[in-house]
Design a protein around this ligand. Structure first.
Ligand SMILES: Cc1ncc(COP(=O)(O)O)c(C=O)c1O
Length: 413
């Protein structure tokens, strides 16, 4: 059974009457699944007590949090004592890096250049504080190699951070191998599994990681809750100080509603992930085949093992932001690597060596529980309709041959 118990088309307007779900941004966020909401709802209004309170209502909330922590730990292959609740993937990533910096003296950090901004911006903050950071570029495929990480290590390296799978390209990273390298070299390893979790197996022991981040809103649970797995024995400095919650390691009142929701989402992932992944992968491949057939100049960004739901496509000569806007006018939600003509190109695609143009002229389609064949047909029809009308990207100097060759194979009347 898939995390979404029933299809719930969005009120997207446009082609929504076809019954197609026109939302293609499941890597951005997911809707809360019906079963998840049903499990968590009693903790939103009815059982609202503070889980740190000693009265019976408080103890009830505490029991729900403890049970949920065990469920979440089991799905990740962790012990319940190794699971910490945070405000989201961003905080988990900030904590993993900042908490690994020594209080005194300077250390060296290794992060891949394709990490989410919540890792990269934290790495920049560490540099500002006087620490050294090596940013490791991926191959053209979009994968970071173990050899590249190995050659970046120094005697004073405090932490390596490489994500499980990239959120823009979906390319799966050799996290387990990088973890094994770090373990052998006595270096702490953090992996951001925010985008991978729920789509491919994520097991903290198999990944050889010391720290791992996930976010509830990527797996059909609400926004505002993240997990940081902290391997037993790993000394991590407290990042959010408070009233001693979570063994004094992360302050702040826990959110029973969101925690119970994430536990239910984890159960759904465990019971249905393989079947759901196969289904969504078939739809993703169908989408790419259709794009490739109609627009032969388009190129898929990234190569090799990828998340089953993610497709990143370069539309030469068309700004991703323009395509995103035009699709949006037809009720279709997709992600563009950069926000507009003047905006910086996708740091992921640039790091992969695709160039600034590809970094601005690409779209990410990320499929999910409510994507159907009708959704794919709707997005292809919309792309055919709009592509000819769009201006050529500024800064792109198309050759006369390119201008003569339309993006699509046949012009619709
Ligand atoms: C790979 C990755 N890491 C971290 C985050 C940040 O998570 P959150 O939105 O919960 O702060 C995201 C969100 O898009 C992500 O895709």
């Amino acid at each position: 059974m898939h995390p979404m118990t029933k299809a719930r088309p969005f009120d997207a307007g446009g082609a929504a009457h076809s019954g197609a779900d026109l939302y293609f941004d499941f890597n951005g966020s997911t809707p809360v699944a019906d079963a998840v909401l049903a499990a968590a709802a009693p903790f939103l209004a009815g059982s609202f007590a503070n889980p740190s309170a000693a009265h019976s209502e408080g103890r009830r909330a505490r029991a729900a949090i403890d049970a949920s922590r065990r469920t979440i730990a089991a799905v990740l292959g962790a012990d319940a004592s190794e699971i910490y609740f945070t405000s989201g993937g961003t905080e988990s990533n900030n904590w993993a890096l900042m908490g690994s910096a020594p209080r005194e003296g300077r250390a060296h950090f290794v992060v891949s250049a394709i990490e989410h901004k919540s890792v990269l911006a934290t790495a920049q903050e560490l540099e500002r504080l006087g620490h050294a950071v090596t940013y490791v570029a991926p191959e053209r495929t979009g994968a970071v190699t173990v050899a590249a990480i190995a050659s970046a290590l120094r005697p004073d390296t405090a932490l390596v951070s490489v994500m499980c799978a990239n959120n823009e390209t979906g390319i799966v990273q050799p996290a387990a191998e990088i973890g094994a390298l770090c373990r052998a070299r006595g270096v702490r390893f953090h992996t951001d599994a925010v985008c991978a979790f729920g789509k491919i197996p994520v097991d903290v022991r198999a990944l050889n990681c010391d720290l791992l981040s996930i976010a509830a809103h990527k797996v059909y649970a609400p926004k505002g809750l993240g997990i940081l797995y902290v391997r037993s024995g790993v000394a991590l400095r407290t990042y959010v100080h408070g009233c001693g919650q979570q063994d004094g390691r992360r302050g702040g009142t826990e959110n029973p509603f969101a925690v119970v929701a994430l536990a239910r989402a984890c159960e759904l992932i465990q019971s249905g992930r393989a079947a759901a992944a196969t289904q969504v992968e078939a739809l993703r491949d169908e989408l790419w085949r259709a794009i490739e057939a109609r627009f032969p100049r388009c190129r898929r960004n990234g190569a090799g093992a990828a998340l089953p739901n993610t497709l990143n496509v370069h539309f030469p000569g068309r700004l991703g932001a323009d395509l995103q806007h035009a699709l949006g006018e037809r009720g279709i939600s997709v992600a563009a690597g950069s926000a507009g003509a003047g905006a910086a190109p996708s740091h992921v695609l640039v790091a992969m060596g695709q160039g600034d143009d590809a970094g601005r002229e690409s779209l990410r389609f990320s499929l999910g529980a409510t994507t159907s064949r009708a959704s794919i047909a709707a997005v292809i029809a919309a792309l055919e309709e709009i592509q000819a009308a769009l201006p050529v990207a500024q800064g792109t100097a198309p050759t006369s041959a390119q201008l003569a060759a339309p993006l699509h194979t046949e012009r619709r009347s």
